[in-house]
Design a protein around this ligand. Structure first.
Ligand code: ZN
Ligand code: ZN
Length: 348
């Protein structure tokens, strides 16, 4: 009898909760949203060089990974390297405020590195009421990409100024200022020095990797490249090598599937991409030659649906590099504190 009463009480409670699901949901949502909106996920971290991986995928559809996007925070500097589809929106969703974005650097002009830049423009503009255009810096052709974005978004920019007013969306701030820069120092401000070097992504040329230095810490970002001695040279003595990675054995399975499905042209594309990317094993060899402390793989091709498949993706990379090898995920964060040798790994 007592048990029956308890079951009845439970059923009545559940029915009450179901009946009240709209007001309860609103209250719960409000509590979470009030806490999360406008937060700064980078606040409270010690001075140092911070990398936030906002997009770690490639043009191959991957529900877990946006296209190429990496944010660099160092002192007062906040920069992006590349902005592929979905990356910048993910970064904003991670709680990284983009009002203070200083510039966007491009490694090269493949669509998966440039097609998601509109949110960077908009969030930096309205986040800081910027009156000046956002620098878009990269290899030859970058100014043309900037001009294309400005043309595409000119109507949008005028609507936003008209709607929100000059105090929030001032005329002139919702645009890019494109700069084609030769290899060499492309950024030198507040202790952060970023140097572009040529990599081998032929027929895409020029294509850049970047060496990033801040207060004695350094990171090299390969960009998209076949295994290149230039990356080893640039990464000599760096703390971290962030390298793109494609596992040919797994891509070959996709090629076979496309051939079996009667799609020979798409199958050929999956063979072509092998020539201008780097396998995890090759990246590990480069990391070893350069003597870096940690190898972070990104631009993951093909998509690996969950961590179960990461060992298959890495192959025997671990035999070629004695240090830690990580596969970056969207939200992975590395923090290199100034005046230290530590590498802190975190996630947003
Ligand atoms: Zn790419
Ligand atoms: Zn590329």
């Amino acid at each position: 009898m007592r048990r029956l009463l308890l079951v009845l009480l439970l059923l009545v409670t559940l029915a009450g909760l179901w009946w009240q699901r709209a007001p309860l949901g609103e209250r719960l949502y409000s509590q979470i949203a009030e806490r999360r909106a406008g937060r700064n996920a980078l606040a409270g971290r010690s001075d140092g060089l911070t990398l936030i991986f906002c997009g770690t995928g490639s043009p191959l559809p991957d529900p877990q990974r946006a296209e190429s996007c990496l944010a660099i925070k160092a002192g007062d500097n906040l920069l992006l390297i590349d902005g592929g589809d979905g990356g910048v929106r993910k970064l904003a969703g991670m709680g990284v405020p983009l009002g203070g974005l200083d510039a966007v650097l491009l490694t090269h002009l493949h669509s998966d590195h440039i097609e998601g830049l509109a949110p960077a423009l908009l969030l930096r503009w309205t986040g800081s009421a910027a009156k000046t255009p956002l620098p878009l810096i990269g290899p030859a052709g970058t100014a043309q990409v900037a001009a294309g974005y400005n043309l595409m978004l000119s109507a949008d920019a005028s609507y936003r100024t008209a709607h929100h007013g000059e105090a929030i969306a001032p005329t002139g701030g919702g645009q890019f200022a494109g700069q084609d820069m030769p290899p060499g120092v492309v950024w030198n401000q507040g202790g952060l020095v970023i140097t572009a070097f040529l990599v081998n992504h032929a027929p895409v040329a020029p294509a850049y990797g970047y060496r990033i230095r801040y207060k004695g810490r350094s990171v090299v970002v390969s960009g998209d490249t076949a295994a290149a001695p230039a990356v080893t040279e640039a990464a000599k003595g760096a703390d971290v090598l962030v390298h793109e990675a494609l596992q040919p054995r797994l891509v070959a399975a996709i090629t076979r599937g496309l051939e079996n499905a009667g799609q020979p042209r798409t199958a050929q594309i999956t063979r072509d991409i092998l020539t201008y990317h780097t396998s995890p094993e090759q990246a590990a060899t480069l990391a070893s030659k350069a003597g870096v402390k940690l190898l972070m793989l990104t631009h993951i091709v093909p998509p690996v649906p969950n961590r179960l498949f990461e060992a298959a993706f890495l192959g025997d990379a671990a035999k070629r590099f004695a240090g830690p090898i990580r596969i970056a995920h969207d939200g992975s964060l590395l923090h290199l504190p100034a005046g230290s040798t530590a590498i802190e790994e975190d996630g947003l």
